[in-house]
Structures are given as C-alpha cells and as structure tokens.
Design a protein around this ligand. Sequence first.
Ligand code: PEP
Ligand code: MN
Length: 357
Amino acid sequence: MNITNWIDDFKEPLFIAGPCSAESEEQMLRIASELPPQVKIFRAGIWKPRTKPNSFEGVGAIGLNWLKKVKDDYGFKITTEIANANHAKLALEYDVDILWIGARTTVNPFQVQEIAEALKGTDKIVLVKNPVNPDLDLWIGALERLNGQGITKLGAIHRGFSTYKKDRYRNQPQWQIALDFKNKYPEIPLLCDPSHIAGDRNLVEEVAQKSFNFGFDGLMVETHHTPDEAWSDAAQQVTPEKLKSIIKNLKIRSLDQENVDYHLTLERLRNQIDDKDRAVLELLSERMKVAKEIGELKKEHNITVYQPKRWNNLRECMIELALEQGLSEQFVHDFMTAIHQESIKIQNTIMAENTSI
Ligand code: PEP
Ligand code: MN
C-alpha cells in the first residue's frame, strides 16, 4: 500500500479521547475542558451503530457543529465514526480532521467500498477498526479499498473481537492478530482501543498497558465526565481524571533504544540464546541417531516400535527432572511428546525398509 506518514506530526504516543457518543454541546465542551494535555484528538460518535434497535443511535449531523466547537475552543483535532457514504460526505463538509470506520462497518466490503469512493483522494486521516470477527484479511482489505481510492493517511485500531461467551473482556483481544497486522504493515500506525476490548472501566488500564508492551502507537479511550450516566457504553468509559492517571502510569516501551548499554546487554543475551538453541538442536540430532540405532535393534529382534511402558517411565522421569530444573510440567510434556513422536516416526521408517527388502 502507498502510505503517507502522518503520525509523526503528533507527539508520541498518540492519545485520542472523548465520549462514546456526543450527547449535547455542553457535554462535549465539558469533557474537552477536562481532558489531560497529552490528548491531541477528541473523539465522539454521532452516528452510533447499536446492537439492538430502540437504543440511542446518536445525535446525528447536529453533533458535527459541536465537534467543530470543540476544535475551535480547545484546539483539538476532531474525529468521528462514519458508517456510510452520506456520513463520509458530511464529515468532509464539516472539516472533521480524522474519520474512523467502526468494527461493524469494516466487516462489510460493499459499505467500505462505498465510503472509500465517497472519500476519494481525501488527505484526511482515516482509521480502520478491526472487524468484529477475527479476520485479518478483512481488516487489511478495508484499508486496501481506501488506499485504492488514493487515501494514503491510514491507521488501524485494534478493538478486540466478538465472541458469544464473554469472559474477562467484552471483546477478546487476540493480540496475535494485531501483531500479525503490525508485522505485515509496520508503516501503518496501529492504535489500541482498550475501552471496547475491556468493556469495563476497571480493566481499561491493564489493556492499555498491554498494548504498549506490544509497541502500539497510541490509544483511543472513551472518556466521559459522568460515565455512569453516559447514553452508550456507560460501563467502559473512564473520567478525564482517571484518564490522567492511566496516562501517568503507562510504561511506554519503545521498539528500539538508542541506549548503548541496552544494546550490548541484549546482544550478549541473544548470543547466549543462539548458542543454547544450537546446542539443543545438536543434542536432538544425537538423540535421534540413538533412536535410529534402537530402531535397527528392534527390527533385528522383531520387536514393536511403540513400547508404552518405556514411554510412560521416560515421560515421568523427565517431568520429575523438569520440575527440579524449574521448567513447567506442561511444556516438558509437550516437548517430550514431540520428541517421542519423531523417534517413533524414524523407527517406523526403519521397519518399513525392513519389509521392503
Ligand atoms: C465506538 O468507538 O464507539 C464504537 C462503536 O466502536 P466499535 O466500532 O469498535 O464497536
Ligand atoms: Mn463506544
């Protein structure tokens, strides 16, 4: 994809905050006045895709005036969700700086295409949330559709994936999918939306920290001055005060460091790991040679390859040894099983050679 760098125009990391939904001009201005200074972009949903009908579906286009007022009075860049071509046109008309495509829209290629065409050639920043289902290609596909219409200031937002059964979080993070995205498109900024992952304001901080541990470029955090009274997503919104403390506590881990000591130590440790891995592989190779010899012996004496008693003893001994060495039982069990299966495979090959002679 042809990507223009836009994130470097902001102070790192990038913080986007504001209410889930715009409710009134007063509410927007009040929240804007209380946000911590690290927040550079103000968010508010004015068109809200809701799971059930008869829920509050957003204030609509009137909210664009309120966003504009937040921008004029407090100097924030502003962002809102667009879910169809009409929203896209209105947002451009009102000079909304950053547009985002929500999880329920990213799933629909027709809708994304329609939005992309409505935004054709814009130099606005467009952020794409992951689809509600864990499908990396669908997420990438939405970005490609936008890029195909000449939109190059793109970003991605990880907001977790829906499941039928909720456990700790409202939406499952499945971090590996976001990390695969990051690996594939390191030039596209990746933000985390810990609010929609967590679904609970008490868990927002831990999810935010986790994303920083993985090297995300910023956060979008739903923030409301009276979260319990919010018209949507009340449980997961934090107060501006709480956001201040979350940002203060965040440990920002960079992907790399100029610090020479850090690099030298890391290199030394990585060398040690490389040496150990090589030694493990050499030992495995030696071990398989012995397994082969045993296979030949079994063949000569017409003995079965698989010896359950021997395998059970071996596994028990190894697990006992593993615990003494501070390794986890599960890990050693899985590791020994893989080794044993490989030995069996080798010995079976020897048996087969035997019969074909
Ligand atoms: C939102 O940001 O308020 C929203 C609706 O998010 P998502 O698309 O992630 O559900
Ligand atoms: Mn929300």
